[in-house]
Design a protein around this ligand. Structure first.
Ligand SMILES: [Zn+2]
Length: 129
């Protein structure tokens, strides 16, 4: 059995891919009293996505949307990802939505825990049932 080594330039790239960068508005920090690591990330600079409802290209941004998602613990430390996602305005008058957010891969809308953490919770619930 041979190992497959993948080169990564940073821990961020390994954990979040190329979609997220450090949030310039809020720096990440460790809350020592509660043993919680808060990671603040945001989506990379603007691009021009298509509206997911009508497929019309969007050119105008419409602020930011803040989300918080709990990740798997690292060395017993709780980790929260605070994610700022860019909102875009759909300029198609026939569209059913005025604004939309581009989804960050790995984090579905309204998801408050990472997929890995949900799997661990599910496995523990099966084990203790
Ligand atoms: Zn639209």
């Amino acid at each position: 059995m041979s190992k497959q080594l993948i080169s990564v330039s940073s821990v961020d790239e390994f954990l979040f891919g190329n979609d997220l960068i450090d949030d310039p508005v809020q720096h990440s920090y460790y809350d020592e009293s509660d043993h919680i690591l808060h990671l603040f990330k945001c989506q990379k600079e603007p691009f021009h996505p298509s509206c997911p409802y009508c497929r019309m290209p969007a050119c105008r941004t419409c602020g930011w949307e803040n989300r918080t998602c709990q990740l798997l613990s690292v060395s017993g430390i709780t980790v929260f990802l605070h994610l700022r996602q860019r909102r875009f305005k759909c300029e198609n008058p026939a569209c059913s939505h005025r604004t939309f957010t581009v989804e960050t891969p790995g984090f579905k809308p309204f998801q408050h825990r990472s997929n890995q953490l949900n799997i661990v919770i599910f496995a523990l619930s099966l084990f203790f049932s």
